[in-house]
Design a protein around this ligand. Structure first.
Ligand code: RTP
Ligand code: MG
Length: 141
């Protein structure tokens, strides 16, 4: 299994619920190391750039509104198969369809306010990590 890095964001709804620690525990228990982290209030421009691929989708405006509605917690996770492993822990985009025990099943309330983001492929992970972290911010170990 390849050692990968992925970008994770704990979205404003989950930060407001004070479940950062609980979500971090799930990452660590699954063998995903937190090798960089920062809390940040995203600007409209940052959220639009981050979700650029969805710009033409009907939900884009609501997504940007939501992602700028409060601070987010952003981290780089590293481990075997980290991209897929993180998405398994997250569960389906719509929390109503997320498997029991996943982060979205336990903490998300709707497809818009769905608690977490995770990169979906190696190339998007590289681009997304570079949006928020430089080499000096990342501490692989
Ligand atoms: P994310 O990028 O946030 O990790 O979520 P994802 O891969 O599971 O879902 P994606 O298709 O990339 O969509 C990004 C975010 O847009 C919102 N969305 N709303 N109303 C809708 O049909 C709809 N579809 C997507 C979700 O908040 C999703 O996380
Ligand atoms: Mg996505």
């Amino acid at each position: 299994m390849p050692i990968e890095r992925t970008l994770s964001i704990i979205k404003p709804d989950a930060v407001a619920k004070d479940v950062i620690g609980e979500i971090y525990s799930r990452f660590e228990q699954a063998g995903l190391k937190i090798i960089a982290a920062r809390m940040k209030q995203l600007s409209r421009e940052e959220a639009e750039t981050f979700y650029e691929v969805h710009r033409d989708r009907p939900f884009f405006t609501a997504l940007v509104e939501f992602m700028t509605s409060g601070p987010v917690m952003i981290q780089v996770l590293e481990g075997e198969n980290a991209i897929a492993r993180n998405r398994e822990l997250m569960g389906a985009t719509n929390p109503a369809e997320a498997a029991p025990g996943t982060i979205r099943a336990d903490f998300a309330q709707s497809i818009d306010a769905n608690a977490v983001h995770g990169s979906d492929a190696p190339e998007t992970a590289r681009v997304e990590i570079a949006c928020f972290f430089g080499d000096d911010d990342i501490h692989s170990r």
